[in-house]
Ligand binder design. Sequence first.
Ligand code: KPL
Length: 306
Amino acid sequence: MTTHWILGPGAIGRLLAHSLAPLVDVAVIGRRALPSRQVLTTPEGDVRVQHLTSLTAEQLVADTPAPPAFVHITTKAMAAEAALSSIASALPPSTPLVLWQNGFYAQPRITQTWPGPVLCATTTQGAYLTGDDGVVHAGRGPTFVGDLDNQHAGLAASLAVLLSEAGLTASAVNDIRSRLWQKLAVNAAINPLVALHGVRNGELRGDAYSGRVVAVVREVAAILAKEGVVPPNGGEGEAAWLELVWQVVENTANNKASMLQDVEAKRLTERGAILGPLIERAERHGLRCEVLKGLDRELAQVEVGF
Ligand code: KPL
């Protein structure tokens, strides 16, 4: 059996571990070890118990284990590089990595610095934690896998087959960069507003927030046009981006977005990986982005209190 290491035991990391464990050897690596008895609640409400190997990075490095076939990094975006450094001494430099982060921060940085193949995954699987031993798989959705330079199509295809066999429907794609930016655009329009106002996604449709969503999307659409990212679903310009955002708001109306969950738990948010790349690109292209900068400032202010 091949081995997959999953670095970052958050909701997506544990969902991945539960799904892959019947097919490959899995080790979940975190800052602290989790109980080996782990419980998954499926979208249909079934409860499955599995014993998963859980190690700290220090234990893993000290054990000098056999190299894994893949390392999945499932930490928050801003923590991905430090997490990789914590186990890098146990990894041959040719080890394939799979980056599962939101935004467009960790992906280009790790792709540039890691000598081996770096795949990026973007998923709309919904999952949340219920404690140290529980994860709820709240909703199914597709996963797309590819690399930013389109040099590892075969590897992406083999991973997509494995993920699909594991029940996480996945496809290998040659436009992962656009897909990451599309998810980032949606996250930029939804997450900061709901996190700052403590509301569920669906509330953005109301008069209190809808104008602010449109203002964010206007800036995002202009920035992505300059970046050469094609608007979603074969549509044109701002209207296509807005349609996508309202569609996701509708589909996730009852969700507490990840950034709202972070704020409620007093964790640093992913603003640096979601708003940061947009603001940086806007400045590079000489575009104004006062709305995005305002949201970033407001979130920074909230984080000061954590
Ligand atoms: O990806 C999400 C998130 O919460 O981070 C959205 C699409 C906004 C759904 O809640």
